[in-house]
Design a protein around this ligand. Structure first.
Ligand code: FE2
Length: 144
């Protein structure tokens, strides 16, 4: 629906997540791969900002009853979780995200995909610092 570098990025997040999960006792590499693949699926709807792609992905996965993937769509963009929501959102999608995150306790899959999202680009894997520069170039620096 919306071709772009996010598709290859998503595949690489899945691969990184699977490779790391294979080394961690108790983690399921297949689950890690699938939730990694789907974390940005909200981008299917077109050009989106952070809250919109997060919430579109959540809704899409919930419609399919993929609740574990839906959860990762929500958590992957909010590394500090509750601490990121010290304000009252105005937009409906952000309100829904805040309500969800405030009730959410992170697990190893949330943290794994947050990490892999920062390691994987469309053309492969980079150090975290390089990825942060890449994201900042696209979205700018947030205040606060
Ligand atoms: Fe994302």
């Amino acid at each position: 629906m919306n071709p772009g570098p996010w598709v290859k990025h998503s595949m690489n997040v899945g691969i990184a997540a699977r490779n790391i999960a294979e080394k961690i006792p108790g983690m399921d590499p297949e689950k890690a791969y699938i939730v990694g693949l789907l974390h940005d699926i909200g981008r299917r709807v077109g050009i989106v900002d952070i809250p919109k792609h997060v919430y579109e992905g959540y809704k899409y996965c919930m419609e399919k009853s993929w609740d574990e993937a839906a959860r990762i769509c929500m958590t992957h963009s909010y590394l500090l979780m509750q601490e990121e929501f010290g304000y009252e959102p105005v937009r409906e999608d952000e309100k829904a995200i805040k309500a969800y995150i405030m009730e959410c306790v992170t697990d190893d899959y949330d943290r794994l995909i947050q990490l892999c999202d920062s390691l994987a680009v469309d053309y492969g894997f980079v150090i975290l610092e390089k990825r942060f520069v890449d994201v900042t170039r696209r979205y700018g620096i947030m205040e606060g």
